[in-house]
Design a protein around this ligand. Structure first.
Ligand code: SF4
Length: 311
């Protein structure tokens, strides 16, 4: 792969734009200030060149040029690891490798191979692979095999699984995620077979749009708060979100509304994480696909490029 650009700040997030056979993709390393790298280090890699799913808020779905192969998945990780830890010993208490940048990871079987190998490639006692998925219907095989890999290599809290749900309403989910996906009931059934004692709770993520239903009673009907927890994230300012005039539930103007919603969910026994990325992170553009899209389209301006190079 060829790195065509690198943006960001050492103490927050560094975004790499890379190219392979004229196809662009992105990967990121990030920190959560003030937590030092020795405590927590997060790598976020792409699993596809673009994404075929085309979620309404995500720039990664603006194009799709195929899956990223096992070698290139590993190359993204090793590019970031070898710069900081040439001996491949990673001391971080939590070393998260998130298959969560561009692409739906469960549609790429090479992701399973990488997860199978990863724990033997690095001396990283804190390693935690993280899968974030929209739960495509056709990924059932992947999802079943993933349980085996988790149990064999990443038990006792060393694996993180997130379902991107976005709404408790079936029709609204279909609109946000225009792809054949599991129902909320199917996700609940899978979660129950995935989860073992000692595992991390499974995350149900809502990139919460103010107008989209998020009904706490529905969550309580379906999900066991001992196995699932709820994460609410803002709608990031992607090009797609702007084009669809999406309005985040979480913003200075809607703060009270979000607080009330969180309390209602907590009253049903769930832990709730309100996950707001650093504002600077939006400036760096570390939201999925924003930069790769511009390189792909050839719409990157010299001024923009220089501005980010200087940052
Ligand atoms: S959010 Fe994920 S699944 Fe949806 S278009 Fe973006 S990369 Fe694909």
């Amino acid at each position: 792969m060829e790195i065509v650009a690198k943006f960001g700040r050492e103490d927050l997030a560094i975004l790499y734009i890379a190219r392979k056979n004229e196809r662009y993709f992105e990967f990121v390393e990030s920190l959560q200030p003030p937590v030092p790298r020795e405590k927590k280090w997060v790598l976020i890699i792409s699993t596809m060149f673009g994404c075929p799913v085309r979620c309404s808020m995500c720039d990664a779905g603006s194009y799709y040029h195929g899956k990223i192969t096992e070698d290139l998945l590993l190359e993204q990780i090793d590019h970031m690891v070898s710069k900081r830890y040439p001996d491949r010993t990673i001391p971080a208490d939590k070393f998260k490798v998130q298959f969560a940048r561009m692409g739906e990871p469960t549609l790429n079987l090479d992701v399973l191979n990488v997860m199978n190998k990863l724990s033997s490639l690095y001396n990283a006692p804190g390693l935690i692979p993280c899968i974030s998925t929209i739960a495509p219907e056709k990924a059932t095989n992947f999802m079943e095999k993933m349980i085996e890999i988790k149990n064999n290599h990443y038990s006792n809290g060393h694996f993180q699984l997130q379902f991107s749900i976005h709404s408790t309403d079936k029709q609204v989910r279909k609109k946000i995620i225009p792809y054949k996906i599991w129902s909320l009931e199917e996700i609940a059934t899978y979660g129950d077979s995935f989860w073992n004692k000692g595992d991390r709770k499974i995350t149900l993520n809502f990139a919460a749009e103010k107008r989209n239903p998020l009904v706490p009673e529905r969550l309580a009907e379906l999900y066991d708060p001992n196995r699932f927890f709820i994460k609410i994230t803002p709608i990031n300012p992607t090009e797609k979100a702007k084009a669809h005039s999406l309005q985040s539930m979480i913003s200075p103007e809607t703060g009270e509304f979000a607080k009330q919603k969180i309390k209602e969910i907590q009253d049903h026994g769930f832990e709730v994480l309100l996950s707001i990325g650093e504002l600077e992170e939006n400036h760096i553009g570390s939201n999925c696909g924003q930069h790769a899209l511009k390189f792909e389209n050839g719409t990157y301006t010299i001024e923009e490029f220089q501005r980010y190079q200087d940052s």
